[in-house]
Ligand binder design. Structure first.
Ligand SMILES: NC(=O)c1ccc[n+]([C@@H]2O[C@H](COP(=O)([O-])OP(=O)(O)OC[C@H]3O[C@@H](n4cnc5c(N)ncnc54)[C@H](O)[C@@H]3O)[C@@H](O)[C@H]2O)c1
Length: 345
């Protein structure tokens, strides 16, 4: 049998364990998995591009477990009443190939993206960081705010989105999260005095949400929204004067902000910092950029955590996802089994 987790089950798991413990366990899982980078079979994701968006498959495996996620990115979807990003995915047993987990990953994508941002910021932002600018108040944005508050104590936010309704929703959803939130008229205003700047906009073009002169020395930029060829948020000058950190360079060079730079521009992979092989931030005045595009390892981490928590809480449903003939060589016989059962009854 396979454990099935709907979006409803994922909400129940998070509500029962509470945001605080969920964020901490997720960041721990990510840290453990990034630290054992060499134990994974790694590959850039497969992306199918169309004029309106992208559909991607993101596989990964260690010696015991295989995982994959299906995810899209369609920035014009909200105008149709649909989400920009939806996702589902699975874990399977490497020894037998049988599926272990099938889950909605729409919420999990938002959770793991924010938790990865926090893991990176813990290593790259100045430790005393308290104020974060958030540019973009869409579906992912509150997850970032909640994770940064819970794990890093970032409790002052400066929010900008051209859609006032999205900003109202952002403020409403975070009302009981102990945050001081200032609404800003534009992105340049939002970044004033921020220790960390999170860009999390959706637009299928090379946008310049942050230009070189908008970001001061010592700021950490958490660039999340630019994650496809031709879809970026930072100016080239800003990247050139920053130290850039990525998840998996072969994928990020195609999809991330660094698609604007030379193919051999030096970058550091996050796992190298997590594993202590390379330094993170070296000086208080350094400008750091986490060029996040989302990597399969993060989906693996969140799926293994959800599976663990579902087991602990008895959440989800056991489903017969794949055919299971009693004689493994008699698959054909299953087709007649129902008729045979009826005849015997
Ligand atoms: N790096 C990752 O791992 C990862 C994971 C999930 C989503 N994403 C990306 O994050 C982005 C946000 O996703 P979402 O689900 O929140 O999308 P969304 O469509 O729900 O929200 C995007 C928001 O950005 C705002 N926006 C657009 N242009 C802007 C601008 N110039 N300045 C300020 N705000 C602007 C829109 O008004 C909207 O409210 C998408 O581009 C998505 O592809 C990245």
């Amino acid at each position: 049998m396979t454990t099935f987790l709907s979006a409803h089950d994922v909400c129940r798991i998070v509500r029962e364990i509470g945001f605080e413990r969920f964020w901490r366990r997720l960041v721990d899982c990510l840290e453990q998995d990034f630290a054992r980078w060499d134990s994974f079979d790694l590959t850039p994701r497969m992306a199918s591009h169309s004029p309106k968006g992208v559909i991607e498959l993101m596989p990964i495996a260690d010696a015991e477990t295989f995982g994959f996620k299906y995810v899209n990115g369609h920035p014009a979807n909200p105008a149709l009443g649909l989400q920009t990003v939806v996702a589902f995915g699975a874990l399977a047993d490497v020894a037998t190939g049988y599926p272990l987990l099938l889950a909605d990953l729409t919420l999990a994508t938002a959770f793991r993206t924010a938790a990865t941002s926090v893991l990176a910021a813990r290593l790259l932002a100045r430790p005393e960081s308290r104020t974060m600018a958030v540019i973009g108040a869409g579906a992912q944005s509150e997850f970032q705010a909640s994770a940064f508050k819970t794990v890093l104590g970032v409790d002052r936010l400066r929010i900008f989105d051209p859609d006032p309704e999205a900003v109202r929703k952002f403020v409403r959803n975070l009302a009981r999260h102990g945050l001081e939130i200032e609404r800003c008229a534009n992105a340049p205003e939002a970044v004033i005095g921020a220790d960390i700047v999170t860009t999390i906009t959706a637009d299928k073009r090379k946008a310049t949400i942050l230009s070189g002169n908008m970001v001061g020395a010592g700021v950490h930029v958490n660039a999340v929204g630019g994650d496809c060829p031709g879809k970026t948020e930072l100016s080239r000058e800003l990247l050139l004067r920053s130290k850039v950190f990525v998840e998996f360079a072969p994928q990020t060079r195609i999809e991330g902000e660094i698609q604007q730079l030379a193919a051999d521009h030096p970058v550091t992979e996050l796992w190298e910092v997590v594993a202590g092989r390379k330094p993170g931030r070296r000086r208080a005045t350094e400008t750091t950029v986490f060029d996040s595009v989302g990597f399969a390892l993060e989906d693996f981490s969140v799926m293994r955590l959800l599976r663990e928590l579902a087991e602990e809480m008895g959440a989800g449903q056991e489903i017969a996802l794949v055919a299971a003939p009693s004689d493994p060589k008699d698959l054909f016989g299953l087709i007649h089994a129902r008729q045979r059962d009826a005849e015997l009854a």
